[in-house]
Design a protein around this ligand. Structure first.
Ligand code: ATP
Length: 241
């Protein structure tokens, strides 16, 4: 389902009705998703519900600029994200970073979305670990001109109170959900989500050790991992792609 598609907002019933106007915030959840897991999905779902977003769009990163090559290739990571989100009301998938050449800079994706949705509130959703690395992102200060930033608390990570991010939080931080709805960009909202201490790294290591990753991610994702053999045991060729 494409971003902004009204159908994703409709409840299918005897008389289908739209529960949220298309102008409610669009959440963008970027990541390498190598693989996607319940930590991502639960975070996205809680934000969708409690922040009253119209939709959350999962945006797999093509060429991640801040880390080495991925293990599963782009096509497989996209397939896993599609399988994990399929059928969930309010979840969509955006493959623009996989189609674009060169490094996947969030600022470029947000600029493109801003052109598509000039008036809509857009919120970039990231974990606290990713937020702490924000000053290393390409043109990071421009992000708040294009979108809000919603930060999910992750186990073991604390919000900064010093430095450029501490200053930014002091200037742009808000505790009001209405600020995310009433403005199209410019606020930072730190949101407590259920702490699921799951990481893709841990899952890859588990699979490479020959163990079953069941219950850390949807079964459909486990099947893709098993069928493709994308996280081979360390003894075979576990080279990043
Ligand atoms: P890796 O272990 O390979 O670094 P990851 O599990 O952190 O991967 P990413 O795809 O890098 O997953 O993360 C995408 C986004 O999801 C980031 O903003 C990250 O902070 C957030 N995230 C990842 N895992 C969780 C989790 N368990 N709970 C909440 N947010 C998470």
């Amino acid at each position: 389902m494409a971003i902004g598609d009204q159908r994703c907002l409709a409840i299918v019933g005897e008389s289908a009705s739209v529960t949220e106007p298309a102008t409610s915030p669009l959440g963008i959840f970027g990541g390498t998703f190598d693989p996607i897991h319940y930590g991502h999905l639960r975070t996205a779902f809680e934000m969708l519900q409690s922040l009253r977003f119209g939709e959350v769009s999962f945006m797999p990163c093509g060429d991640p600029p801040h880390r080495g090559a991925t293990f599963a290739d782009a096509e497989l990571r996209l397939a896993m994200v599609r399988a994990a989100t399929d059928g969930q009301l309010g979840f969509t998938v955006d493959d623009r970073e996989l189609l674009r050449e060169g490094p996947s800079y969030s600022v470029d994706s947000l600029s493109a979305l801003r052109r598509e949705f000039p008036a809509r509130s857009i919120a970039l959703m990231i974990g606290m670990d990713a937020f702490l690395g924000l000053p290393k992102w390409h043109k990071w200060r421009e992000i708040l001109q294009l979108a809000h930033i919603v930060v999910a608390h992750r186990p073991g990570w604390r919000a900064p109170d010093l430095g450029p991010l501490g200053d930014m939080l002091a200037d742009c931080g808000t505790h009001r959900i209405d600020d995310l709805h009433g403005n199209r960009s410019g606020h930072i909202f730190v949101h407590d989500v259920t702490q699921l201490e799951i990481s893709s790294t841990e899952i890859r290591e588990l699979v490479a050790a020959g163990r079953d990753p069941r219950f850390l991610m949807p079964d459909a994702v486990c099947r893709i991992i098993e069928d493709s053999g994308c996280y081979p045991a360390v003894s075979s060729s576990a080279e990043p792609v």
